[in-house]
Write a protein that binds this ligand. Sequence first.
Ligand code: HEM
Length: 154
Amino acid sequence: MLGSGFLGTRADAFVDSAMVLLVAAPFLMAYAIRLARQRRYRRHRNFQVTLLVGGIVAVLLLEGSIRFGSAQEAFALSSATGPWRAWLFYGHLVVAFATAIAWFTLVVLSWRRFTLTLPGSFGGPHRRTGALTFVGLFLTSASGTALYIVSFAL
Ligand code: HEM
């Protein structure tokens, strides 16, 4: 399974597929937010929910690689050593976990309040939490990409 992915690194197809989703996610979320700016709220909602499902699929793909693929073996073969690698790994995990919680909570609350208080009194908190979640997703994507290169390309 080692190196059987499609991005030309030591990663397997599970990790490479997760990587494609991770890189695309902030761009897709920027588009979803643009839909809200254009007041196409139903499309905005549907796009956001689909994106969250995509995020869950990406995590399952990584889990699939750890359990059934070669993630751990390929990770151990990296020539990058030193404490900064562990810092990058744990930093990425913390940002990804915090973003996932904010993202999931926002989607559940927003789904329930849609057309009741959103648009409306929930609009302000929704916009602020949405903007923070977007920043979190961007950082998750950037740190995940760096981690991918360090773990599977070096
Ligand atoms: C079930 C899911 C969602 C629903 C029903 C929904 C609905 C809405 C609505 C109705 C607005 C307009 C609010 C107003 O002007 O008062 C809005 C704006 C916005 N939403 Fe969502 N949303 C959802 C998920 C998300 C998620 C997951 C994010 C980001 C992670 C997000 C980010 C934003 C942002 C940043 C705006 C403000 C756009 C602007 O600058 O005008 N939304 N959303």
